[in-house]
Design a protein around this ligand. Structure first.
Ligand code: GAR
Length: 188
């Protein structure tokens, strides 16, 4: 059974979906560490409720990315983490973490990449008026939302759809597709 670290900056609904898949036995893994760059984030509260180990840091208390990623890598190695799962971690991964976990870092992005990279991909798609958007799960490299694609699923934007409704539809797909894809990856 492989050990995951889940990285998140906000709500943590994808973290919860992954943890529930583990509890239900559809994902053979354990979450050894939950990492957040936002000390007040809801995801940390949720992780503690689940009794999971957390590593929380404030990037502003470090001189640079290398400094906090060095501590992250130490925490990951102490927890014997095999895979790094980014789930709403709103920060570019730097060379320190990338080289320590080469080929073992994955991310979920709420669009069909390479469309709508970066922040607020759902809002970007909504504003562009596209009729199909979706969810992408990909390996992480030094770029922003540029790594090799592992899985994608389309989501239709209904004519009556609001931004909030579209977000709900996309997140429902994320919560199913992410645990499923992680399980597939771990079995390779
Ligand atoms: C998810 O929709 C995820 O795809 C997105 O942040 C949200 C986090 O929600 N990630 C990105 O935009 C990365 N560029 P959650 O905290 O409820 O899981």
């Amino acid at each position: 059974t492989k050990k995951l670290a889940v990285f998140a900056s906000g709500t943590g609904s994808n973290f919860i979906a992954i943890q529930e898949a583990i509890e239900q036995g559809t994902l053979d893994a354990t979450i050894a560490l939950v990492v957040s760059d936002v000390p007040t984030s809801a995801v940390i509260e949720k992780a503690k409720k689940k009794g999971l180990k957390t590593f929380v840091f404030n990037p502003q208390s470090y001189s640079d990315k290398e400094a906090f990623e060095t501590e992250i890598v130490e925490a990951l190695s102490e927890a014997k983490v095999d895979w790094v799962i980014l789930a709403g971690y709103m920060r570019l991964v730097g060379p320190t973490l990338l080289s320590a976990y080469e080929g073992k870092i994955v991310n979920i992005h709420p669009s069909l990449l390479p469309s709508f990279k970066g922040l607020d991909a759902i809002g970007q798609a909504f504003d562009a008026g596209v009729k199909i958007t979706g969810v992408t799960i990909h390996f992480v490299d030094e770029g922003m939302d540029t790594g090799r694609i592992i899985a994608q699923e389309a989501v239709t934007v209904k004519n009556s759809s609001t931004r909030v409704a579209l977000q709900k539809d996309i997140q429902a797909v994320e919560h199913r597709l992410y645990p499923e894809t992680i399980n597939y990856l771990l079995q390779q």
